[in-house]
Design a protein around this ligand. Structure first.
Ligand SMILES: Cc1cc2nc3c(=O)[nH]c(=O)nc-3n(C[C@H](O)[C@H](O)[C@H](O)COP(=O)(O)OP(=O)(O)OC[C@H]3O[C@@H](n4cnc5c(N)ncnc54)[C@H](O)[C@@H]3O)c2cc1C
Length: 392
């Protein structure tokens, strides 16, 4: 054997919030498992997790997404109790600020149907008319709205705290974080047999997990797996209002405007789902004035004099098939290769549930709590999209 070969039971590629959640839950279920996480950058300079805006919501329509949110939000709400270390509290600054989806009249019927699905799975959702919206949010221009769906128990947290809480706890439970990058893989007809690292070292593991976020498509290619996940640049902005206005929940509309109160101002933007794919972190400093400001000022006139203080960019790990994540094993080919990526903008909020699901699949051979089979790789192989009907 090559002198720098390390053996472990489970090798996780990518130590962002998703990979670190997989590591934590694997050790929770199987304390004796030898787990290592391969992560090239402990500062997470380009990782999506540290650029996320922290939103967590139950407003989906696929049962799997709703159920993942319910588990994850409860987990995040009680994060400190679950993952604090004796000498290091795990803080995520959970804010139960709520989510609000607003739609014009012609979409109210669909929104009401989504609300029924969410209520049927135990979510607390209130359907508001335009009049009720205006009463609750006096700054909102409701002239062209039919109403909205409000989920008061949704909110947002600090993504950095979530990632580091998982990582520190996983390390305390014995998980090894290897500062290196996976650059190659050895495979047989049915298994991944080894991972080659940039340093020249090699890792041999019983199970290999691809949790490389926006890089997951590239990592999959190293193993001959076509995975339709690409990097999609998104801008986030911090801005303040010109005149006083009420605090807002996470407000979203059909044009993908999405923002919420943050401190004395607001954080958010307008997602451009058609942006060119690629590992591009350049910031278009005119995007706020050109796209975001008109949208937020139209909806909330006190934002007409909004001032943008900071803009940053980050990558969505966009699943080009249907915008839903790929969570599962490559059963037909490399049966010890697991994928947990492609969350398309929801990976922080779903990291706890997705991490637990992969940990169950590895240690028990099947999903034990939430059945996420419909999110598996089989739908990619069959080119059968499984779409969210809910507003993204
Ligand atoms: C502006 C913005 C706002 C967002 N807002 C929200 C939100 O409100 N709510 C929400 O839920 N989500 C949000 N997201 C999405 C969220 O950030 C991601 O879905 C989530 O962070 C994905 O986590 P991850 O661990 O898979 O990816 P990452 O955090 O990117 O981690 C992947 C890791 O893999 C490592 N890696 C890459 N290649 C290799 C390799 N070859 N070998 C080993 N390691 C490798 C990288 O170094 C990286 O650290 C937002 C994203 C952006 C950009």
């Amino acid at each position: 054997m090559h002198p720098s070969t390390t053996r472990c039971d489970i090798a996780i590629i990518g130590g962002g919030v998703v990979g670190s959640s997989v590591a934590y839950f694997t050790k929770q279920i199987s304390a004796s498992a030898r787990v290592c996480v391969i992560e090239p950058d402990p500062t997470y300079a380009l990782a999506s997790t540290l650029r996320a805006s922290g939103g967590c919501r139950v407003q989906f329509t696929c049962p799997e997404n709703i159920d993942m949110s319910l588990f994850s939000i409860d987990f995040i709400r009680n994060f400190a109790d679950r993952v604090s270390l004796p000498d290091r509290p795990a803080t995520v600054d959970w804010v139960e600020g709520g989510y609000l989806f607003i739609v014009p009249s012609e979409h109210m019927k669909a929104l009401a149907a989504h609300v029924d699905v969410q209520r049927g799975r135990g979510c607390d959702v209130v359907l508001l008319s335009a009049r009720e919206l205006a009463d609750k949010f006096p700054s909102m221009n409701v002239g062209d709205l039919g109403g909205g769906a409000y989920t008061p128990r949704d909110g947002w947290c600090d993504p950095n705290g979530l990632l580091w809480g998982f990582r520190r706890k996983a390390q305390a439970m014995g998980v090894a974080y290897v500062k290196d990058r996976v650059v190659g893989a050895e495979t047989t007809a049915h298994r991944v047999t080894g991972l080659r690292l940039e340093s020249g070292a090699r890792i041999v593991a019983e199970h290999v997990v691809n949790a490389a976020g926006a890089w997951a498509g590239e990592v999959a290619r190293l193993m001959g797996m076509p995975l339709p996940i690409s990097p999609l640049r998104r801008f986030e902005h911090y801005f303040t209002a010109g005149s006083p206005m009420e605090r807002l929940p996470y407000v979203k509309d059909l044009a993908r405007m999405a923002f919420r109160s943050e401190g004395v101002g607001f954080s958010g933007g307008v997602v451009d789902g058609n942006a060119a794919r690629g590992f591009d972190f350049d910031i278009d400093h005119e995007y706020f004035d050109r796209v975001v400001w008109p949208a937020v000022a139209y909806r909330f006139p006190p934002l007409e004099a909004a001032k943008c203080h900071r803009s940053w960019s980050g990558l969505y790990e966009q699943c080009e098939l249907d915008g839903n994540p790929v969570i599962g094993r490559w059963n037909r080919r490399l049966a010890n290769l697991y994928t947990v990526a492609g969350f398309s903008g929801h990976g922080m909020m779903h990291a706890p549930a997705a991490g637990r699901a992969i940990a169950e699949l590895i240690t028990c051979g099947e999903f034990a709590t939430l059945d996420l089979s419909r999110l598996g790789y089989e739908r990619v192989e069959a080119n059968a999209p499984y779409r969210e009907a809910g507003i993204l």
